[in-house]
Design a protein around this ligand. Sequence first.
Ligand code: ZN
Length: 63
Amino acid sequence: MGEKEKKKGEAKEGSWKVYKIEGGKAKLSNKKCPRCGKVMAFHKEPNARWACGGCHYTEYAKR
Ligand SMILES: [Zn+2]
Protein backbone atom coordinates (compact mmCIF):
# COMPACT_ATOMS: atom_id res chain seq x y z
CA MET A 1 0.00 0.00 0.00
CA GLY A 2 2.20 2.77 -1.27
CA GLU A 3 -0.67 5.23 -1.18
CA LYS A 4 -0.73 5.27 2.58
CA GLU A 5 2.94 6.08 2.69
CA LYS A 6 2.44 8.92 0.26
CA LYS A 7 -0.27 10.39 2.44
CA LYS A 8 1.98 10.18 5.45
CA GLY A 9 4.72 11.99 3.57
CA GLU A 10 2.33 14.72 2.52
CA ALA A 11 1.22 15.31 6.05
CA LYS A 12 4.82 15.54 7.14
CA GLU A 13 5.52 18.08 4.45
CA GLY A 14 2.46 20.04 5.46
CA SER A 15 3.42 20.27 9.08
CA TRP A 16 6.93 21.25 8.07
CA LYS A 17 5.45 24.07 6.03
CA VAL A 18 3.48 25.30 9.00
CA TYR A 19 6.54 25.04 11.14
CA LYS A 20 8.47 27.05 8.62
CA ILE A 21 5.89 29.83 8.70
CA GLU A 22 5.96 29.76 12.46
CA GLY A 23 9.70 29.97 12.27
CA GLY A 24 9.40 33.13 10.23
CA LYS A 25 7.10 34.58 12.84
CA ALA A 26 9.39 33.43 15.60
CA LYS A 27 12.01 35.70 14.16
CA LEU A 28 9.84 38.59 15.18
CA SER A 29 8.45 37.10 18.35
CA ASN A 30 11.50 35.45 19.79
CA LYS A 31 12.29 37.55 22.78
CA LYS A 32 13.57 36.18 25.98
CA CYS A 33 12.34 37.29 29.33
CA PRO A 34 14.91 39.43 31.11
CA ARG A 35 13.63 38.12 34.39
CA CYS A 36 13.44 34.35 34.00
CA GLY A 37 14.89 33.75 30.53
CA LYS A 38 11.81 32.11 29.07
CA VAL A 39 10.63 32.90 25.57
CA MET A 40 8.12 35.69 25.62
CA ALA A 41 4.96 35.85 23.53
CA PHE A 42 4.01 38.87 21.53
CA HIS A 43 0.49 40.25 21.92
CA LYS A 44 -0.94 42.82 19.58
CA GLU A 45 -4.05 43.65 21.57
CA PRO A 46 -5.05 45.71 23.33
CA ASN A 47 -1.55 47.14 23.27
CA ALA A 48 1.53 45.79 21.55
CA ARG A 49 3.50 44.10 24.23
CA TRP A 50 5.66 41.13 25.12
CA ALA A 51 4.39 38.86 27.84
CA CYS A 52 6.27 36.15 29.63
CA GLY A 53 4.34 32.98 30.35
CA GLY A 54 6.70 32.05 33.14
CA CYS A 55 6.76 35.03 35.48
CA HIS A 56 4.16 37.24 33.75
CA TYR A 57 6.67 39.94 33.09
CA THR A 58 5.28 42.36 30.51
CA GLU A 59 7.20 44.70 28.30
CA TYR A 60 5.43 47.15 26.08
CA ALA A 61 6.69 47.40 22.53
CA LYS A 62 8.19 50.68 21.50
CA ARG A 63 6.84 52.20 18.36
ZN1 ZN B 1 9.69 35.63 32.78
